[in-house]
Design a protein around this ligand. Structure first.
Ligand SMILES: C[S@@+](CC[C@H](N)C(=O)[O-])C[C@H]1O[C@@H](n2cnc3c(N)ncnc32)[C@H](O)[C@@H]1O
Length: 236
């Protein structure tokens, strides 16, 4: 898992200063309590009243500080999770070959020289998201899994071409409910894929999403691969 070192250092610094502030406030609180005990011994009611009020105000202050720290930790965790997302998970060759035998992909819609899977491929430099996808054959798409994933899903849904996508299985996302639910076929892959450029299985489940009519022979062959749970269209 990759987490930016600078991000960690920066966040550790911010958390440290928040903790320092909390410790300071805690020390002041202890001091006031000591003064309160002395005031109680002297029966100094005016002083007791003032000190009690200070304790109450400080308690609220500490609570606000704790809440802020909590929120900050949440934000940091979100940032770390996002920054730890490895974008390019190269499709395992065994999986691509099995699917290619059925769908005979001609175009890889997101690739580079080293991980291209088809005879024709579109690179980041040519920005596939800005190209017109109007190919006559089934296209292969394993897009980068970053923030722009929903754009790839939307484009696949709207495209004139038939697209088979390999993406993380996240039925909780907006794009799942807007576009993927309208796919012709969804296959939730059993277990976790070990992507080609990874040493360990992925930390997320995967699914294959097919936008485009399949022939019955293709569905049968896909089922025969026994890759997981396949759901056929008509989710609208
Ligand atoms: C998850 S990898 C998939 C690689 C390969 N197609 C496969 O299936 O193994 C995603 C690829 O998309 C490329 N990419 C990123 N943004 C792109 C864009 N806007 N247009 C085309 N390719 C892009 C990345 O460079 C990377 O090679």
């Amino acid at each position: 898992m990759y987490i930016s070192k600078n991000l960690l250092i920066d966040n550790r610094r911010k958390l440290k200063s928040m903790s320092k502030e909390l410790i300071n406030k805690g020390e002041i609180q202890i001091n006031i309590i000591k003064q309160l005990k002395e005031a109680e011994l002297k029966n100094d009611n005016v002083c007791i009243k003032i000190l009690m009020q200070s304790i109450q105000e400080l308690a609220i202050d500490i609570l606000v500080c704790l809440k802020l720290k909590d929120r900050r930790i949440g934000e940091i965790m979100d940032k770390c999770l996002l920054s730890s997302i490895k974008m390019d998970y190269a499709t395992p060759f065994w999986l691509f070959d099995e699917l290619d035998n059925i769908f005979d992909f001609k175009v890889d819609l997101a690739a580079d020289e080293n991980n291209k899977k088809c005879l024709y491929w579109i690179t980041k430099e040519n920005n596939s998201l800005e190209q017109k996808w109007n190919y006559p054959n089934w296209c292969w798409l394993n897009p980068p899994y970053g923030r722009e994933l929903s754009k790839w899903v939307k484009k696949s849904y709207e495209s004139e071409s038939k697209v088979c996508m390999l993406i993380p299985a996240r039925p909780d996302t907006n794009y799942f409910h807007m576009y993927i639910k309208n796919a012709n076929y969804i296959l939730f892959i059993k277990g976790r894929l070990k992507f080609d450029n990874c040493k360990t299985p992925a930390p997320f489940p995967s699914m294959l999403v097919f936008f485009g009519e399949m022939e019955s022979g293709q569905i049968k062959k896909l089922k025969d691969l026994n890759l997981g749970l396949g759901l056929k269209g008509e989710f609208k």
